[in-house]
Design a protein around this ligand. Structure first.
Ligand code: CA
Length: 224
């Protein structure tokens, strides 16, 4: 999952980025509105945390431009405690949620997970594929109730495929959602992650198909 943090306050921006990285998100941090607008026109993020008071281009304008490009990326706006007007303006422009500063990081992450789930056809916090259970909130995969030992990257790849189960995901898309800006990952690394995932998830009766020239597809579980 790749998140854009837009925050000009260095301490808050740094704290937010670190705490999200610790929760295995790939994070890009824009310190002003122009940079945010530029990144948003290039990259398909899974969610955006957007402060409204920003240098160069204010947060509401960043949001307006994003929605004008028809991007449906979930957005949480950060507002001052008493700023009802900004909150209303943000929600009217297409923000999905808001938090007033100062906020609790645990709450922010819970709201972020909820928004990301909702943006994928209301996927539940717990998903089942064959004998496999994926707990999106705890970032764990279980086969027959036993936790599977997966690296952060492997979990990352699985999550991207699981949220898009039944649809083809290209290697480029996988890399885009997996890595932050400037992070070096070779395209072939995706093949390695998928290979390892297949091996580790074999006993869960989960199929990750390779669609030649297009990418990968995690088969949807059969309806019971
Ligand atoms: Ca600010």
């Amino acid at each position: 999952m790749r998140i854009l943090v837009v925050e000009d306050d260095p301490i808050l921006g740094d704290g937010l980025s670190r705490s999200l990285e610790n929760s295995s998100y790939a994070v890009d941090w824009a310190r002003d509105g122009t940079k945010a607008d530029q990144l948003l026109s290039q990259t398909d993020y899974d969610a955006i945390i957007l402060d409204l008071g920003l240098p160069k281009l204010d947060g509401l304008e960043v949001l307006r431009r994003l929605r004008q490009r028809n991007a449906r990326t979930p957005v949480i706006i950060l507002t001052a405690r008493d700023d009802v007007e900004d909150r209303v303006a943000g929600l009217d422009l297409g923000a999905d949620d808001y938090l007033a500063k100062p906020f609790n990081l645990t709450e922010l992450e819970a709201r972020l997970r909820a928004l990301i789930r909702r943006s994928h056809d209301g996927a539940k916090g717990m998903m089942e594929f064959g004998k496999l259970r994926y707990d999106m909130n705890g970032q764990r995969v279980y086969i027959a109730d036993e936790p599977v030992d997966l690296s952060a990257r492997e979990i990352g790849v699985f999550q991207i495929l699981a949220l898009r189960a039944g649809r083809v995901v290209s290697k480029e898309q996988l890399l885009d959602h997996l890595c932050s800006y400037g992070e070096e990952v070779f395209p072939n690394a995706v093949e390695v992650y998928v290979h390892r995932l297949r091996k580790k998830l074999e006993s869960g009766q989960v199929t990750i198909r390779t669609i030649r020239g297009l990418g990968y597809l995690l088969e949807k579980p059969h309806e019971r």
